[in-house]
Design a protein around this ligand. Structure first.
Ligand code: AKG
Ligand code: FE2
Length: 313
């Protein structure tokens, strides 16, 4: 776990702002400008049927001699130059590709792909990942392994960064998990609208969070040894009835500061639901909120099998 982020060179982007009523205005922004991010976010929120917070854009134009002001609801599209295309979020994939007759001029909102893809975090959560019988066997197995769990928080300098326990070797289940992940990966990529990639090693560890355990903000791919981690997966399981609260996974959107990705203020919250698995890009900043487990019993913990899918290129 480290906090180094990949470096990105900002570039000039010519942005034509299309407003309701056919008005438009062209400005030039750096690709990492917060204004560009906000414009893009306004559109992306709308495509996700998530109207977001209405804001008033106030954009200096004519070298600061005038200002363009408009409410965010009036933004209908952006045309960017260079023409980098938007990878659409959650598109309803048509069975047959739709042909657009070339003679019809279309002004399709085009958003630099890196702004969209890099700044808005997406995840996929799949319920009932194991069969009931597999999950029950897994719980039984884990309860018999209590003495083999070791603390994750002893060796690092950032002593208070992480509190949890880990079981590194569990061959009876790690291979099952890895096989299932390989099998479901194409669906996950489709769901997240990501291109397929050449899959390398898949790692797996078994962790638990008990009372007042947590894992503060981090990413999973920021060091040379972890740089090829592409996807993080977390499979959640616990005894029923569930005897802990908290322990939500928060996945942060990104923003760019001094050419580095850092966590934005916005995030998505994932409930650690029994027998569900979540997938997200390993470079996203994320954290595990503190768990409250009043009994403090090992068997009442928030258990996970989690790990990483590496890419070979
Ligand atoms: O337990 C979780 O929800 C996430 C764990 C995590 O972020 C990690 O092990 O790197
Ligand atoms: Fe993580």
């Amino acid at each position: 776990m480290t906090y180094t982020q990949p470096q990105i060179k900002p570039q000039d982007v010519k942005v034509k702002i299309l407003l309701a009523g056919g008005h438009q205005c062209t400005i030039t922004l750096k690709s990492d400008a917060p204004l560009l991010h906000n414009l893009v976010k306004t559109l992306v929120d709308r495509t996700q049927q998530n109207p977001g917070f209405p804001t008033l854009f106030q954009i200096p134009i004519d070298e600061g001699r005038s200002a363009l002001c408009f409410p965010s609801e009036h933004l209908v599209g952006l045309v960017t130059e260079p023409p980098i295309y938007l990878a659409q979020l959650q598109p309803p994939q048509p069975e047959v590709p739709v042909e657009i007759p070339p003679e019809i001029p279309l002004e399709i909102p085009i958003i630099p792909a890196h702004v969209n893809d890099d700044l808005i975090s997406r995840y996929a959560q799949i319920e009932n990942f194991l069969t009931a019988s597999e999950k029950n066997k897994l719980i039984k197995y884990v309860l018999a392994k209590e003495s083999e769990f070791v603390s994750t928080s002893t060796s690092t300098k950032a002593e208070d960064y992480r509190r949890s326990m880990v079981l590194h070797s569990f061959p009876e289940f790690s291979q099952l998990m890895i096989n299932r992940i390989k099998a479901i990966l194409p669906d996950v990529l489709r769901k997240l609208n990501l291109p397929s990639f050449s899959v390398g090693d898949i790692e797996a560890q078994l962790t638990l969070h008990n009372d007042n355990n947590y894992y503060k903000l981090h990413n999973d791919s920021g060091s040379p040894e972890t740089a090829t981690r592409f996807f993080t997966y977390v499979y959640y399981f616990n005894r029923e009835p569930k005897a802990f609260t908290g322990g939500e996974l928060q996945i942060y959107d990104s923003k760019i500061e001094n050419n580095f990705y850092v966590a934005a203020d916005s995030f998505k919250t994932v409930e650690p639901r029994n027998n569900s698995i979540v997938f997200f890009l390993s470079r996203y900043m994320h954290e595990v909120l503190p768990v409250s487990c009043p009994s403090k019993a090992f068997a009442d913990s928030r258990f996970t099998i989690n790990g990483w899918v590496r890419r070979t290129d």
